[in-house]
Ligand binder design. Structure first.
Ligand code: GDP
Ligand code: IMO
Ligand code: MG
Length: 427
């Protein structure tokens, strides 16, 4: 058996939470492999909207186990809040959620460092979610981080003190006010709470699940264009959001990876700073923002909006080895007479390219567009692919041909039920 991966192909917020929840009944186990509370994954069903940050999106399905993998950076304070928010839904969270002992812990001082570093960057700021992601991964790579397994050690408090003292020393160089006692009281309450969960050797758990024939789905956070190696560096997050990140973030070998589901919006959004070649600053951009309710699920910030960027999408398909595509938010383009797709860029020296180049960060790339007829019709109530407007099917066919990978889901609304199979995935 194999593990299937579900990954965002753009700058995050493609709709990963919705699709993991939708696919979850086909799986026995859902595992998060990177990122942390910078993620905001929205699920909608039975008229209720849920936003998950660190908990895998299989948690609402009673028969499914969920793993927070070693590649994740976990904030215990947010973890406690998230679990408490689920209390009223009568889920079996303690039985169904497992946390890797190798998951890195986000300390209150990691969050403070994130704020201090961003403030010091001024106009060059990354637009971080300020959840402490960068500083926590920094400590992981520097081999100075604390891990969930450390909670079980008698020496946890000592280890904590050593790291927070180092951080407080760095913070003296920055102009930031904070109340560390208050933050630590909450932190240690949350640490006790986290200890009450099943803290496991998750690489054994996940591999044994795969080997015993269980169906496992890895849930990505962020998107390929925010990957620390392949995204628009330095305007990226601090983890590998692409398929290789699933291997290192869960301890699964590449030859156990089965399907790679790549998920993208029918247009593009980005929250935070950094290059975005197809960004719109006109009425079309405003309309995408309004129709798509494009506000960050974690920070509430308005998302920047623009047309679909095919060179960037092809790049993400290549890096991830995508085997199936899912297209989200087709309904948001419903009011447009014409829709555009970027098929290449004009560079500053006047040459044209159809790759997503290194220079995307330093140079202005002018998109070259193909204009297509919009579908200009409501998609609500449609449940079969064949019933979709022909212009939308033409859009899907064009993208399928360009990307050379089938688009098997078209999503037409935020609710679980507003999801149309073109060809149903056999798991
Ligand atoms: P994630 O981070 O990839 O899980 O995505 P987010 O939850 O941050 O953002 C996606 C947003 O789009 C959420 O508000 C979803 O409820 C919403 N959404 C998902 N799919 C669709 C869709 O097909 N149509 C519309 N209109 N909204 C959608
Ligand atoms: P999901 O999983 C969209 C962006 C931030 C910022 C940059 C770095 O919901 O798709 P960080 O806090 O990681 O240091 O921020 O990355 N970012 C996201 N944008 N969706 C996300 O997650 C994001 N997680 C981080 O806005 O530009
Ligand atoms: Mg999100």
């Amino acid at each position: 058996m194999a593990i299937d991966l579900l990954l965002g192909l753009q700058w995050g917020d493609e709709g990963k939470g919705k699709i993991v929840d939708f696919l979850a009944p086909k799986y026995n186990l859902v595992a998060r492999f990177q990122g942390g509370p910078n993620a905001g994954h929205t699920l909608e069903f039975d008229g209720i909207k849920h936003v998950l940050h660190q908990i895998p999106s299989g948690i609402f399905r009673d028969t499914i186990k969920n793993v927070i993998g070693n590649g994740v950076v976990l904030d215990p304070v947010i973890f406690k809040q998230e679990i408490e928010a689920l209390d009223k839904f009568d889920l079996n969270v303690h039985a169904n959620l497992f946390v890797s002992k190798k998951t890195q812990l986000i300390l209150p001082t990691h969050r403070l460092l994130d704020a201090a570093y961003e403030k010091a960057k001024g106009v060059e700021k990354i637009g971080s979610t300020l959840k402490g992601i960068g500083p926590t991964y920094q400590d992981k790579i520097a081999r100075t981080g604390l891990r969930v397994g450390d909670l079980l050690s008698q020496r946890f408090k000592d280890k904590y003190q050593r790291l927070r003292n180092k951080h407080l020393g760095i913070l003296k160089e920055y102009d930031l006010s904070y109340n560390i006692e208050e933050l630590e009281t909450k932190f240690f309450e949350s640490i006790d709470f986290l200890r009450s969960f099943k803290l496991i050797e998750s690489e054994y758990y996940v591999n044994e699940a795969i080997d015993s024939g269980q169906k496992v789905l890895a849930e990505g956070a962020q998107g390929s264009l925010l990957d620390v190696d392949f995204g628009s560096y330095p305007f990226v997050t601090s983890s590998n959001t692409t398929s290789s990140g699933a291997c290192s973030g869960l301890g699964i070998p590449p030859n156990k990876v089965g399907e790679v589901y790549g998920i993208f919006k029918a247009y593009c959004t980005r929250v935070g700073s950094g290059p975005f070649p197809t960004e719109l600053f006109d009425a079309d951009g405003d309309r995408l923002q309004k129709e798509g309710h494009e506000f960050g699920a974690t920070t509430g910030r308005p998302r920047r909006c623009g047309w679909l960027d095919l060179p960037a999408l092809k790049y993400a398909v290549m890096i991830n080895g995508v085997t199936q595509l899912f297209m989200m938010k087709a309904d948001v383009l419903s009011t447009f007479e014409k829709v555009k797709v970027c098929i290449g860029y004009k560079r500053e020296d006047g040459t044209e390219t159809d790759i997503f180049p290194y220079e995307v960060v330093a140079e202005r790339l002018d998109p070259i567009y193909k204009t297509m007829n919009g579908w200009h019709a409501s998609l609500s109530g449609i449940s079969e692919y064949d019933q979709l407007p022909s212009e939308l099917k033409d859009y899907v066919s064009f993208l399928t041909e360009e990307l050379n990978v089938p688009i098997n889901i078209v999503s037409t609304g935020p609710d679980r039920t507003e999801t149309i199979w073109r060809t149903e995935v056999a798991v």
